[in-house]
Structure formats: structure tokens, C-alpha cells
Design a protein. Structure first.
Length: 142
């Protein structure tokens, strides 16, 4: 289970260092082989390869009426490997598609991660809080 937030700076080539606490788990779970793809909310999804492969099979089986969504998820998918320095290279196409600049946030979301441009994440969270708790969570409590 991946959880927590990490503030990371992309280097000039678009490489992102994976925090050590996640790097070890990814090494064990998928031997450093991961997949990145776009999410329509404006971030990248970052999956250990076996987790992505299960999702990919489900997405590929969607009906023709969902072809545009298949293009978003499958058409943008990029298989990458964690290098010996613990980094992944985010392609220019994916960085541009979600507006990643130098400062990014890596969010552990259980079975996968989200990669956000730091300022875009802050805006997204502010909008979510301002719009109030969704009805589906009205009975949620700690």
C-alpha cells in the first residue's frame, strides 16, 4: 500500500527521483518496472507494472462507446523503469499533457501513485474543499 505525499523536483531532462521509502517496495513488487499514464483530472497515474497490467486488461475490454476514454488511459500509457539512481523519466508528451513543471507532488493512493504539478494540486484541493464534501461521504467519520 502506497500512501503519503512527497514533494519532488524534476530535473532538466524530466526525471523524477522516487523516494526511498517507495523505491524499495517498487523494487520488490515489480522489479522497478512501472507504467505512467494520464488521468483526466490533470495528473499522471503511476502504477507498478503488474497492477497496471490488470487495469489495462479491463480498459481494453471496454465497449466501443468508451473509445475516447481508452485513448486517454491506454493511448497515453508509457512503460518505464526505475534507473540505478532511483529515478524515472517522464516523457515530454506526458509532462506537457498534465502541465508538469519543475515542482511536483507524488501522492501514494494505495495500489498506485498520482503525480501532480504542485501548484495544480493545490488549486484542485482548494476547489474540492470549497465545493464541500460530496454526498457519498456525508456519513464518513474518523
Amino acid at each position: 500500500m502506497f500512501q503519503g505525499a512527497s514533494s519532488i523536483s524534476l530535473d532538466a531532462k524530466g526525471r523524477m527521483v522516487i523516494p526511498a521509502r517507495h523505491r524499495d517496495a517498487l523494487s520488490l513488487q515489480c522489479d522497478g518496472r512501472v507504467t505512467l499514464t494520464r488521468h483526466p483530472h490533470g495528473c499522471l497515474l503511476f502504477f507498478p507494472r503488474p497492477v497496471w497490467e490488470a487495469h489495462r486488461e479491463k480498459i481494453a475490454a471496454w465497449p466501443m462507446s468508451a473509445r475516447a476514454w481508452q485513448r486517454i488511459f491506454l493511448g497515453s500509457a508509457s512503460d518505464v523503469e526505475i534507473d540505478s539512481a532511483g529515478r524515472i523519466l517522464i516523457s515530454p508528451e506526458l509532462r506537457q499533457a498534465v502541465g508538469l513543471t519543475r515542482d511536483v507532488m507524488l501522492l501514494g493512493m494505495g495500489s498506485h501513485f498520482e503525480i501532480w504539478d504542485a501548484s495544480r494540486l493545490q488549486e484542485n484541493e482548494s476547489e474540492a474543499i470549497a465545493s464541500g464534501m460530496p454526498e457519498a461521504l456525508q456519513d464518513f467519520s474518523f
